[in-house]
Ligand binder design. Structure first.
Ligand SMILES: CC(C)(COP(=O)(O)OP(=O)(O)OC[C@H]1O[C@@H](n2cnc3c(N)ncnc32)[C@H](O)[C@@H]1OP(=O)(O)O)[C@@H](O)C(=O)NCCC(=O)NCCS
Length: 156
């Protein structure tokens, strides 16, 4: 019987230089950007159609990023923006459908919250359309005293 590779979480430095270079666990080249693009295409509705160049810019501009690997396969991702002290926002938390329901989403969020750029931040925000229950289990609350405001600047 073929053995299943263990799951490995990587907490990236701000800007995730390794992922931008296409590296995976043990800093080996695994086409990480290609894999990230496919993961988002397959498992999100909001982050489809992002080019390599756009993903690179997105990672460069992220305060924290976490990737999850089974062997050389990317099976989960999450990222955050943060000022390091007052406010942070979680973005693009995704677990590949074949790996959902095994606690990986919870580990991604926990690892982002423990990241040096997030762990002292006063308030952490996020937006979700269909996973509020998931985030409630992790201590997030629905806010009714504030409104989500949006200015659409491009078609993305
Ligand atoms: C939402 C998502 C990240 C959760 O990841 P996951 O690895 O499947 O979640 P976990 O296994 O860590 O689940 C932790 C808990 O949350 C619950 N949960 C998971 N997804 C949920 C959802 N959409 N709504 C309510 N509860 C959910 C699980 O049942 C589990 O509860 P338990 O501990 O009582 O069993 C994953 O399902 C996903 O990628 N979905 C598609 C993309 C998406 O919608 N992302 C959210 C962006 S805002």
């Amino acid at each position: 019987m073929q053995s299943v590779a263990p799951i490995q979480l990587i907490r990236h430095r701000s800007g995730a230089p390794g992922l931008r270079l296409g590296l995976g666990p043990d800093l080996r080249p695994v086409g990480a950007l290609d894999q990230l693009q496919r993961l988002l295409e397959r498992n999100s509705f909001w982050a489809r159609g992002r080019s390599h160049a756009a993903l690179r810019a997105m990672l460069r501009g992220s305060a924290a990023a976490v990737s999850v690997w089974q062997g050389r396969q990317l099976v989960g991702f999450g990222r955050a923006s943060s000022d390091g002290l007052f406010r942070a926002v979680l973005w693009d938390v995704v677990v590949d459908e074949e790996h959902q329901g095994r606690g990986l989403g919870r580990r991604i969020v926990a690892t982002l919250l423990e990241h040096p750029r997030l762990r002292r931040v006063e308030r952490v925000y996020l937006m979700t359309s269909n996973s509020a229950g998931f985030y409630q289990q992790l201590g997030f609350e629905t806010v009714s005293s504030q409104q989500l405001m949006l200015k659409q600047q491009t078609s993305g």
